[in-house]
Design a protein around this ligand. Sequence first.
Ligand code: OXK
Ligand code: ADP
Ligand code: MG
Length: 571
Amino acid sequence: MKNDIQAVSEATELTDGFHLLIDALKMNNIDTIYGVLGIPVTALGRLWQAEGGHFYSFRHEQHAGFAASIAGFITKKPGICVTVSAPGFLNGLTALAHATTNCFPMILMSGSSEREIVDLQQGDYEEMDQLNIARPHCKAAFRINRAEDIGVGIARAIRTAVSGRPGGVYLDLPARLFTQTMTVEEGAKSLFVPIDPAPAQIPAPDAVARAVDLIKNAKKPLILLGKGAAYAQVDDSIKALIEETGIPFTPMSMAKGLLSDLHPQNAAAARSFVLPESDVVILIGARLNWLLAHGKGKTWGGSKKFVQIDIQSNEMDSNVQIAAPLVGDIGSVVAALRTGLKGFKADATWMSAIAERVAGSKAKLAPKLATATPLMNYSNSLGAVREVLKAYPDISLVNEGANALDNCRMIVDQYQPRKRLDTGTWGVMGIGMGYCVAAATVTGKPVVAVEGDSAFGFSGMEIETLVRYNLPVTVIVMNNGGIYKGDEVIAGAKEAACTLFTPGIRYDKMMESFGGQGFHATTPEELAKFLKQAIDSGKPTLINAVIDPSAGVESGRIQGLNIVSQVGKKK
Ligand code: OXK
Ligand code: ADP
Ligand code: MG
């Protein structure tokens, strides 16, 4: 029992916005912030660390934001990014939009100017109407004006980020909020943990029955796993659905590893056969967006019946009619489907036709992976990476670029869920080093990044961040000296061709200058040796992999999206 003096002193003991924010995050089981500090949030970072919170400081807010976004994907807890006002906020906004587009839970918290100055446009330090600028680019945007609202503000932000379709939330924190005080007692009463912030969404029984009927009458069913299926973290149930029914599956890039890429029902290596040939396609956490040719055209061939499992009801019919919409969370829907499909087995001849094509594709690819060439190309370099990573199934693989992305997705197998972390729905370049920091800090395991040299350039300065925190990350820069290729010549150009970088540069020396390990690989054997050495060392490492400048194609597998002038060069 506290004595009167103690009770009085506690009642007068004060807390403030800084401490309430920290207490609210910790109470909600958040232990990590990624960010770049400055006015008015520097003290927040110091206090957070002093109270045992992890703070990973970046060189640019975009990469801190990418780290927060992928931390959300991996953990299902919102990744937290903290920035300064105006320019810092804008730098973080790209990552917030990326998180929202990819359905990753993330909260961007930015310091901001006071309303009375912003609304009269009186020219504050880093003045910007951040709340309204954020709104169109995220799932929701809130401002907390009063310290007593910090508890509800954090609870709202968390629930909004993780409930339903996960996404990015913006929290606007005016500078004056941080120094508002209240008694410790009042402060404690204002904080709370949201109850069941991401509740199960149970599918309607008639919707399940409709889908079961459609699947049972399919001759050539196909399951298509999207990153939503990986995010749901119901891995065993999805694996059971696939193995109990014998239905073949093909994963989108960030769903690779949900079942091993070597699984006998994996149809990924026969993609352009199974998509058009299938008659009923079960989409599990995958949108029929550009990555799936909007569900129409020659990619899909003739008539197709789609079953779609998604937590977002209005995702249905986004591109084509969905014959059996299943609105709900993947865990609940897959469980219901398994019950409804008990005893059902897909036609084995369909799976064996696929297996034949898969074997054919792999047999065609195999020699390319092992053929020596004067300069490394994407096939033999990534063939070497694939062989090394077979021994490290729990490594997180970060991947971005054009040829570096598409060839790595095809060649490097994944064995575990949520280990392939790539450019995602938007195809955005620059996710690399932020993803590496998050994957290393969240999993505590080694990370390998396969980076196009152009893609690496967007976040390359963050290798200093990797070294500063001594993270077990190996960055392989596929150095072909340019965007797409490194050999372009443009007749009449006054400078080097617009797609070129300086030939022969040594990114490994950059890493060494920061105190990390640098290797220079010119053959697949060297690449394999250095990669294994780097992973085993647990040290931040960069391998400069010299790739033939003539290797690769413009935009990799999506070269069809490129447009060229129909009238050519002006006379
Ligand atoms: C797959 N394949 C295989 C294997 N796995 N063959 C042998 N062995 C294995 N293990 C085959 C597969 O059957 C396909 O061949 C081919 O390899 C490619 O597979 P996949 O899955 O990548 O298929 P596809 O057609 O490329 O998929 C379309 C796509 C994908 C749009 C989903 O290309 C994609 O995710 N692209 C992302 C591009 C991106 O975001 N780029 C950003 C940077 S570009 P076939 O014979 O069956 O077809 C940029 O910024 O500007 O240019 C810019
Ligand atoms: P991919 O690009 O891998 O195909 P997308 O990002 O296009 O994946 O689609 C992911 C989909 O998964 C989104 O429509 C999202 O609403 C949905 N989703 C995410 N988590 C869940 C979940 N737990 N249950 C159901 N749907 C989910
Ligand atoms: Mg390149």
